[in-house]
Design a protein around this ligand. Structure first.
Ligand code: PLP
Length: 381
């Protein structure tokens, strides 16, 4: 990890950065500050860190230890493999929940790596209670109930079929009762109140079990949504949890790509695949070393922007696999040269803006960020 807060970088690091086509800087201090802000907003609720998809593309190996420094001791992954990888990165006393739960035959892996499954359907309940009987101890588990999103969790019919929770919970050590909101990013959406009311009813069936309902967005709803533990992912990484409000969180990524070549084109020249951009008058085109293979979405064709010296320049033409063409005519020629890194994410352009231009959400932009970037992690301490 590069800790730019501690003096000069190693020379090898400088060389690697100098030859990289694109540079992704991840600000662990921003992620830590976002964690603290979430903790302040969550009142007394514990704040877990959601680490799925390699910490939303930013790197679980660096993000998880940074959150540990802030006192985070509960984590969520989606896949079992992610949980296994995370186990080596956090203190042994930390709790790691695996959202997808125990698939058939995976109970030994959960036990070997001290992972707590989220039980989402009767099959998973049977898988885990069976493992508990076989190991002759009460095994920890989170129980997910569906309160209206119809994606994961025990349905009312599932619960009825399982019989009295007190009976099947006897084999387990229930650590958490959880559900997930479908519309928490829209504060006034009637689904929020409806799901919370449903959660309240179901909670009564699981007396004494700690509860969790809130993702990032729900941390910013009424405190009644917080319960005992909140589960933010996106907000840790700087995505605005309430898109209609100013973003209270710090952006955690900066992405820059280098100019590979610059050319002047004549009036009427076609640029890029499909000739989807035609020069209106003489223009100057800079080609940069990033493309859809790096997660710079093809939907940004003729739509996205980059920044040169803080000046916005538009994408001109189709986003290719490894390159993007920009119309840099607005920038003085002497400021444009091969090797110059232009800003794609950073102080002038937020993840959420790029997402809006591409017709998607910040979550998708972050989780698509590619593996070819030169990655640097900043943590001042
Ligand atoms: C992804 C996920 C979260 C985190 O959601 P954010 O919107 O990123 O905060 C929380 N809980 C569950 C069940 C999830 O799948």
């Amino acid at each position: 990890m590069t800790r730019t807060g501690h003096g000069a970088q190693a020379p090898q690091e400088d060389l690697a950065a100098a030859r990289a086509g694109a540079l992704l800087d991840i600000d662990l201090d921003a992620i830590r500050a976002n964690y603290r802000l979430l903790r302040a907003r969550a009142g007394g609720a514990e704040v877990a860190g959601v680490m799925k998809a390699d910490a939303y593309g930013l790197g679980m190996a660096q993000v998880a230890p940074a959150l540990v420094l802030e006192g985070c001791r509960t984590f969520f992954t989606a896949h079992l493999d992610e949980g296994i990888r995370l186990r080596a990165l956090v203190p042994a006393s930390s709790t790691i929940y695996v959202l997808h739960g125990p698939m058939p035959g995976t109970a030994p892996d959960f036990l070997a790596h001290d992972l707590v499954p989220v039980l989402n359907d009767p099959g998973q309940v049977h898988e885990w209670t069976g493992a508990a009987r076989a190991s002759r101890r009460r095994l920890p588990a989170a129980i997910q109930v569906d309160t209206g999103m119809s994606r994961m969790g025990l349905s009312p019919a599932d619960l009825a079929g399982l019989g009295a929770p007190a009976d099947w919970l006897a084999a387990l050590q229930p650590r958490l009762l959880m559900s997930h909101l479908a519309c928490a990013d829209v504060p006034g959406h009637p689904m929020n109140a409806a799901q919370r009311a449903r959660f309240e009813e179901l909670r009564a069936l699981f007396p004494g079990v700690p509860c969790s309902l809130a993702n990032s967005s729900a941390v910013f709803l009424d405190p009644a949504f917080h319960y005992d533990l909140v589960r933010p992912g996106a907000a840790l990484y700087g995505i605005n949890p309430q898109p209609e409000q100013p973003n209270p969180l710090r952006q955690a990524v900066s992405l820059r790509a280098r100019i590979v070549q610059v050319r002047d084109v004549a009036d009427g020249a076609a640029v890029g695949y499909g000739a989807r951009w035609i020069a209106e008058g003489p223009r100057r085109i800079a080609t940069i070393a990033i493309g859809y293979a790096d997660g710079w979405l093809r939907a940004l064709t003729n739509r996205g922007f980059a920044f040169v010296d803080g000046v916005r320049v538009p994408v001109a033409g189709t986003v290719s696999m490894d390159s993007v063409t920009l119309d840099v005519s607005a920038i003085p020629r002497e400021r444009i040269a091969a090797g110059l890194a232009v800003e794609l994410l950073g102080p002038h352009q937020h993840v959420d803006e790029v997402a809006a231009q591409a017709g998607t959400i910040g979550y998708e932009v972050l989780t698509r960020l590619g593996s070819r970037f030169h990655r640097r992690y900043r943590m001042a301490g």
